[in-house]
Design a protein around this ligand. Structure first.
Ligand SMILES: [Zn+2]
Length: 334
């Protein structure tokens, strides 16, 4: 490779990187480190290369090119795997994918996967819409109990509701888990349509977040996202010229309460923070990060991407002893 992808404008650069990733089965790359067994059409599972385990919780999806470990939470794509798993630099990882180090998949195979991806996304959005349709306003529900316990005393926006909903569904068998109380946050993309929901599962009438330790000692997540994650956000306020953009709904509500004249939007995960596509009317962002490495990293990445899209970007962080905005509100020092 003679030209460095890092010198190209960001859209072109992203396309080059995507094309390099799309040339391969992620499982061929990860298969050099752990034995993967097929599960479903495009998913494979194996022992996690990032942590010690005896039962496989590491999933590799050749359809969307992503891996995820249910044990240690590691996730990413071919680039991050080569960087974290094989110690390559970004440049080396890109060149390995653009070169002939790994088996290359055919054009037909790629088209088939694209169709499959679209079908899966439509199914995921349908699940999210179903959860939203079954939700109710939070007044008098465990959702309200939970948010009040987190110091949120303001009137809750319409994008915050309560539902009794399962934590898991099996798309193939149609099986679903039992209904669990949850705060449900609507996620909207540029169509203004609700394309996803983030659920914070609760117990004890909303006095606590859902908490379970699995047989292997790992903790089940209290917060799960359904539907379209990339390019959508929880809108705690309207489309506005300036948006306060943060990660995590409790932080978002905290900021909305502290800044009643501003519109706060929430990304569901630090990794997708830079991948948000804002409506045209939005011209500037205040990125409100967490005071930890993941939070700082997400803000740096979001600043680079969103300022390259022509948005004016500022950054704010909680005062140093506090990890995040809600801790600051509650006076919980880490
Ligand atoms: Zn792991």
């Amino acid at each position: 490779m003679s030209s460095s992808p890092a010198r190209l404008p960001s859209a072109e650069f992203e396309q080059l990187v995507k094309a390099a990733k799309d040339r391969h089965n992620l499982s061929d790359i990860i298969g050099r480190h752990t034995t993967l067994k097929a599960r479903g059409r495009s998913e494979k599972v194996g022992l996690c290369p990032f942590h010690n385990e005896r039962t496989p919780s590491f999933e590799v999806n050749d359809s969307n090119g992503q891996y995820y470990c249910h044990g240690c939470g590691k996730s990413g794509d071919a680039i991050t795997f080569l960087m974290e798993g094989e110690g390559m630099t970004f440049r080396q990882a890109y060149e390995a994918l653009a070169g002939d180090e790994f088996p290359v998949i055919s054009e037909e195979e790629r088209a088939r996967r694209k169709a499959e991806d679209e079908e899966k996304m439509a199914e995921r959005i349908a699940v999210a819409k179903e959860i939203w349709a079954a939700s109710i306003p939070p007044k008098g529900t465990p959702a309200e109990v939970y948010l009040r316990s987190r110091g949120i005393v303001m009137d809750l926006p319409e994008t915050v509701r309560f539902a009794m909903t399962p934590r898991w569904r099996n798309a193939e068998t149609g099986e679903v888990g039992r209904d669990i109380p949850a705060v449900v946050f609507a996620m909207q993309d540029n169509s203004d349509d609700i394309v996803g929901v983030q659920c914070v599962f609760l117990e004890d009438g909303g006095r606590r977040k859902y908490e379970r330790t699995r047989a292997d000692g790992t903790k089940a997540k209290a917060k799960l996202t359904f539907g379209k994650l990339v390019g959508s956000a929880i809108r705690l306020g309207p489309v506005a010229e300036q948006i306060v953009y943060c990660e995590g709904p409790e932080d978002g509500l905290t900021l909305a309460q502290l800044l009643p004249h501003m519109s706060v939007w929430v990304s569901c995960g630090t990794a997708v923070m830079p991948r948000m596509i804002f409506p045209r009317a939005v011209q500037s962002l205040i990125l409100a990060g967490d005071n930890n490495i993941a939070g700082r990293k997400a803000v740096v990445a979001a600043r680079i991407v969103h300022s390259s899209q022509g948005l004016k970007v500022e950054e704010v962080f909680p005062d140093p002893p506090f990890k995040d905005w809600n801790d600051q509100l509650m006076g919980v020092r880490s």
